[in-house]
Design a protein around this ligand. Structure first.
Ligand SMILES: C[C@H]1O[C@@H](n2cnc3c(N)ncnc32)[C@H](O)[C@@H]1O
Ligand SMILES: Cc1ncc(COP(=O)(O)O)c(N)n1
Ligand code: SF4
Ligand SMILES: [Zn+2]
Length: 510
């Protein structure tokens, strides 16, 4: 059971949602960060955007650098349980972004940066092979219900624009896209026919609709392409492979790289954030941390500086497939070369051997990379490498990544992270089964698993479950140890000695 509650900020129209879990022992309910906006979200940001008025630069970075704390920043700060000034300072320093296109007023503001809660992105979208607009809107609602903090619409094939419009208008979380995909559809799917003009027009159309951040693979330069030639898995990024094909066919520098400043001007007018794409990310553990990947990363650092000159917000996309011992180097180099811009990584998958379980191979890497400072994790579902994820895959992916993100929040010591774990642990130790279920990341599944063996109502207060049974329940025995201690260890020790060792762990009357 979760109750939606709102915390009001410094103005009445600044109402921040939380999911509250009531507890049966009379202690204070636990407040959880909530992303599951209403099915048809209202334009919560409308008044704030209108008050600031039109301009050629309307980015949160622009305001932050001028010392202005926007309502969006305060909203995000309340969600984090942190001071609004910290959000403003982190954005001003480029260490955090607040993706919030002025044409996406339905978006409930959130902040992405290493000082804040680790965020999770869920990828959805149609492909030429399968799915419809309605199915993708359902995936959006489903993904955010389980806690996705942002959603990327990676649609390809037909009706890309309609799919995106439906997703945006139903989304209370920021929406990301890869405009190159739609640009490629416009030229009939032939990368060679792409041009700056087609790409630019696509970006403007998507910005008009309200896309909050866009992946731009501007780090795939002509000279980098040969560096990937000897890899086991070549170029696995769609955007990366498309741009590499264009560069080689024209034997010309990438139009994304040569027109980057112009792109910044467009982004500044709408406050679209860059997600600088990792077009040369490794697609196998063998290819991790190679020359191609790191040459691109250096270029992304250069591009970050250019975007910041235009007050445009930036995050950096990262790999991919990386074995555990090579993960830390990715964060260290990204932070150094990209001037501490937030890192946003796909997993990474820590081994290549488990298709159908890549939500697990990658959640391991995601937990590690987040602990080292990655700000947002892009989920991987069980269908990775096999097909388009369906609703069940979306849930499996989001849950796996919420676990990775929260585990990292704990390791990093985010001030609000521990409360949830402690409340659940107390409920577990006190055999408050309903509280334990309600506090679970996935309450329905937790309850259903308990019901499988002990469905009767009395089992929901019993001091054991079917794992150990009543006699071997270590937590029940621990309660007796506690009572034993409470009765006075000294007296009991004397009794023990006097009895010649016969009185040992007496059963305390219940
Ligand atoms: C970059 C990541 O995006 C995922 N990806 C690409 N297209 C889609 C889609 N339509 N739906 C869900 N995930 C997608 C890939 O599986 C890859 O992991
Ligand atoms: C973290 C991350 N990395 C990359 C992409 C884009 O996909 P692609 O590079 O395959 O076009 C993405 N959507 N998210
Ligand atoms: S094999 Fe499937 S997932 Fe991999 S690049 Fe090709 S279409 Fe995409
Ligand atoms: Zn892969």
């Amino acid at each position: 059971m979760r109750n939606k509650v709102y915390v009001t900020g410094s103005r009445p129209d600044l109402r921040v949602p939380f999911a509250e879990v009531p507890l049966s022992d009379g202690s204070a309910p636990v407040r959880l960060y909530d992303t599951s906006g209403p099915a048809t979200p209202s334009p919560v940001r409308r008044a704030w955007i209108d008050e600031r008025g039109p301009g050629t630069n309307v980015t949160q970075l622009h305001y932050a650098r001028r010392g202005i704390t926007t309502p969006e920043m305060e909203f995000a700060a309340i969600r984090e349980g942190l001071p609004p000034a910290l959000v403003r300072e982190e954005i001003a320093a480029g260490r955090a972004i607040l993706p919030a296109n002025v044409n996406h007023p339905e978006s409930e503001p959130m902040v992405i940066g290493s000082r804040f809660l680790v965020k999770v992105n869920a990828n959805i979208g149609t492909s030429a092979v399968t799915s419809t607009v309605d199915e993708e809107v359902a995936k959006l609602t489903w993904a955010t219900r389980w806690g996705a903090d942002t959603v990327m619409d990676l649609s390809t094939g037909r009706r890309i624009r309609e799919t995106r419009e439906a997703i945006l208008r139903h989304s209370a979380v920021p929406i990301g896209t890869v405009p190159l995909y739609e640009a490629l559809e416009k030229v009939g799917g032939d990368p060679v026919k792409l041009s700056w003009e087609v790409f630019r027009d696509t970006v403007i159309e998507q910005a008009e609709q309200g896309v909050d951040y866009m992946t731009v693979h501007a780090g795939v330069r002509l000279a980098h392409v040969p560096l990937a030639a000897e890899r086991i898995t070549g170029i696995v990024s769609r955007g990366g492979s498309i741009m590499a094909a264009w560069c080689l066919a024209h034997h010309e520098e990438s139009f994304l790289y040569t027109h980057f400043a112009e792109l910044c001007e467009i982004f500044a007018r709408y406050d679209v954030s860059f997600s600088l794409g990792d077009g040369l990310r490794p697609g196998s553990v063998a290819d991790a941390n190679d020359a191609a990947q790191f040459a691109e990363l250096r270029t992304l650092g250069e591009l970050t500086s250019i975007a910041w000159e235009h007050d445009v917000q930036v995050m950096i996309e990262g790999p991919g497939h990386v074995p555990m011992h090579k993960i830390k180097e990715n964060v260290d180099l990204q932070q150094e070369w990209c001037h501490e811009a937030p890192f946003y990584t796909l997993g990474p998958l820590t081994t290549d051997i488990a298709p159908a379980y890549d939500h697990i191979t990658s959640a391991i890497g995601a937990a590690m990379i987040a602990m080292y400072g990655t700000a947002m994790l892009c989920y991987v579902t069980p269908k990775e490498h096999l097909g388009l994820p369906d609703r069940d895959d979306v849930k499996a992916g989001v849950i796996a990544y919420k676990i990775a993100a929260h585990a990292a929040d704990l390791a990093k010591g985010h001030p609000t992270a521990r409360e949830w774990d402690d409340a659940l642990s107390r409920a577990r130790f006190e055999f408050r089964w309903e509280d334990q279920f309600n506090l679970s990341l996935d309450p329905e599944t937790a309850r259903a698993y308990h019901d499988e063996t002990l469905p009767a109502a009395p089992a929901k207060t019993a001091h054991f479950c079917s794992m150990c049974g009543p006699k071997f329940c270590s937590m029940r025995i621990s309660h007796e140890l506690k009572e034993y201690a409470a009765q006075g260890m000294a007296a009991k020790s004397e009794e023990f000695v006097a009895s010649g060792g016969k009185v040992y762990l007496p059963v305390v009357p219940r």
